[in-house]
Design a protein around this ligand. Structure first.
Ligand SMILES: [Zn+2]
Length: 264
């Protein structure tokens, strides 16, 4: 068994962290760890895995000549200046609808990207990214590369953000596929796993290869937790930024379990 030690700090890292007005960022992300997705000016950066998969996705859907990257990672200062600038130009109602409060924007993690139609004047706050043609081809393929359209119409009450057809978020495979199939936004997905899974009772995502077993695990404030997973299993761990972690284990019958350390 491989033993993984987790503490509260681990709940604020990873592809599945929720970042919204209810769960602001718990830490600042470092620009130096981000990699370029534009390779030039403007130098737009993202978290490394998200950046690589976005470039693959654009390449494989033959979208590079028609889709442009408008915004990726932002520092808190940059988010602050977008907030203030939009407030000045468009007023509070518009700004609240389309711009996250500094400290509550996914762009501050490097996991989010805004896209637009290339070769057209770009509105930086609300870029055009239609539901047809090559844009829809991109949108349909996105979950296979770990991306989801993060703020769809009809979910505004849950996300707290107006519909943003241009904003995509990297959450990682297979979570992106499950969210797409079940029509869930990230807030709903985390809650779904929290309510329906536990150690020994994972959500099972079946593929033609290995099954993937996904569990939500709450992490207590005051003591570390040890997860034990089989040596030959691949696994991924992500915090949720709301107090838990999500464990994904590849392989049939690969259930992880928790070792209780409270007596140690
Ligand atoms: Zn955005």
């Amino acid at each position: 068994m491989t033993r993984i030690k987790l503490t509260k700090k681990d709940t604020v890292h990873g592809n599945l962290i929720l970042v919204n007005s209810q769960f602001p960022l718990a830490r600042l992300f470092d620009l130096k760890k981000m990699v370029s997705v534009t390779g030039g000016t403007p130098d737009i950066r993202m978290e490394e895995t998200a950046a690589n998969l976005l470039l693959d996705l654009l390449e494989c859907t033959h979208c590079r000549d028609e889709i442009t990257v408008v915004s990726g990672f932002r520092t808190q200062e940059e988010q602050e200046s977008i907030w203030k600038d939009t407030l000045k130009k468009k007023g509070l109602v518009f700004t609240r609808k389309f711009v996250a409060v500094p400290g509550c924007s996914e762009h501050e993690t490097g996991l989010a990207v805004d896209l637009a139609e290339k070769n057209k004047p770009v509105d930086l706050v609300c870029p055009s990214f239609p539901y047809n043609g090559i844009f829809q081809t991109f949108r349909n393929a996105a979950p296979r590369y770990g991306f989801v359209e993060r703020y769809p119409a009809g979910k505004e009450d849950i996300t707290g953000i107006g519909a943003e057809p241009w904003h995509f978020r990297y959450v990682g495979y297979p979570h992106s596929i499950i969210m797409e199939n079940r029509h869930m936004v990230l807030e709903e997905y985390v809650l779904f796993l929290k309510e329906h899974t536990d150690f020994g009772n994972p959500y099972i995502y079946r593929t033609s290869g290995a099954d993937i077993e996904i569990s939500y695990i709450p992490v207590a404030d005051d003591y570390p937790m040890i997860l034990a997973v089989p040596d030959d299993a691949s696994y991924m761990i992500s915090g949720t930024n709301e107090g838990g972690i999500i464990l994904s284990i590849w392989g049939e019958g690969r259930k992880g379990y928790e070792e209780d350390l409270r007596g140690d």
